[in-house]
Design a protein around this ligand. Structure first.
Ligand code: ATP
Ligand code: MG
Length: 330
């Protein structure tokens, strides 16, 4: 079976609809056809300041949410990134192959660093995409299911794999991005010009928040002037975002929704979408609580995941160290 690797940061108390529709939903279905490695990437999380106790809590909370969404730990390796030391080790080697200017062109770094004072922007935030490349290349992944916002990082990963392969001989599989079409990017409900994001929580639907609160956020989503319910990302970004979410959560096509809501107002669309979201998150939250009620069992699942991951990552790293000319340890 071809391999898949993907990760998610434990940087919030909850995943949001963008994470789910842009990436996690795809993780769940890919388990059927791929050998999957899914990671809660705590090393990435500390590229911006984190409270240690919160980080620990959120790492378990993230794993519980992944299990509740349908990640099957018997089928896939579900692990915490810091449990597998090869990630940081390979990252160093790849950093030494990355151009400074090349890393500086990453738009996510530019966006995230622009939101902080220069002295608070860490070198880790700058090299984050290289660690991400290491995450992927360690497992010789063929495909990486991510949202649209990760396309540029994936391109860097491919370049680094090719560069290493041509300098040291064929070592890494060059991975393809696996980006779902319609829901690759979910936008902020209060600001449909920017992506829904954990780090800018305004119009964000969190899977773990009180369902009534989600419904209320949807009712007060920014929509466009005019009254027609039509999918038009240029002219009607707000309404189009709501339609994309509705369609993804119900498997009704956007065209079907357009005719269903023909002649009706924005208020109707928002009210119904609110109900759809409540129906999705209510049973999900119950399942998450089930996993959190048994932290020992949860840690056991993660331990097993890390063991599975290391079987692959340790071999790749050994090979890499050998190729770059490091003396084998005794
Ligand atoms: P942060 O703002 O801290 O980077 P995030 O919301 O971007 O958080 P990540 O953990 O970085 O979340 O990303 C997890 C996955 O979710 C990635 O595959 C990413 O592409 C996807 N993703 C994140 N935001 C969106 C979005 N608005 N629409 C679609 N996919 C998204
Ligand atoms: Mg992100």
């Amino acid at each position: 079976r071809p391999r898949v690797l993907s990760g998610i940061q434990p940087t919030a108390d909850s995943f949001h609809l963008g994470n789910y529709l842009g990436a996690l939903r795809e993780w769940v279905t890919m388990q059927q056809r791929y050998e999957c490695f899914f990671s809660v990437v705590d090393l990435h999380a500390i590229t911006v300041e984190q409270d240690p106790e919160l980080l620990r809590q959120r790492t378990r909370l993230s794993a519980a949410q992944l299990l509740a969404l349908g990640i099957d730990p018997d089928r896939s390796a579900l692990f915490v990134q810091s449990h597998v030391p090869e990630h940081a080790q390979l990252s160093w080697v790849l950093e030494c192959l990355t151009g400074f200017g090349e890393a500086g062109r990453m738009t996510q770094f530019k966006d995230k660093s622009a939101r902080q004072e220069a002295d608070h922007v860490s070198v880790g935030l700058f090299t984050y995409p290289v660690l991400q490349a290491a995450d992927i290349l360690l497992y010789q992944a063929d495909a990486v299911p991510v949202g649209e916002d990760q396309r540029q990082h994936l391109e860097l990963t491919r370049n680094l794999a090719q560069r290493f392969n041509s300098r040291y001989g064929n070592t890494f599989t060059v991975p393809d991005a696996h980006i779902p079409g319609d829901t690759a990017k979910i936008y902020d409900l209060q600001d449909p010009g920017s992506k829904m994001s954990k780090s800018v929580p305004s119009g964000v639907i969190e899977l773990m928040e009180e369902p009534k609160r989600s419904a209320k956020k949807i009712r007060s989503a920014v929509t466009d002037t005019g009254r027609e319910i039509r999918y038009d990302t240029e002219g009607k970004p707000g309404v189009s975002n709501l339609l994309a979410i509705y369609s993804a959560l119900t498997d009704k096509s956007i065209a079907d929704l357009e005719s269903e809501f023909d002649g009706r107002g924005y208020g109707d669309l928002k009210k119904e979408l609110g109900e759809v979201v409540v129906e999705f998150v209510t049973p999900f939250q119950e399942q998450v609580r089930g996993y959190l009620d048994d932290p020992a069992q949860l840690d056991k699942i993660l331990h097993r995941g890390a063991q599975k991951a290391r079987e692959v990552s340790a071999e790749t790293l050994r090979n890499v160290f050998d190729r770059v000319g490091f003396v084998a340890p005794g």
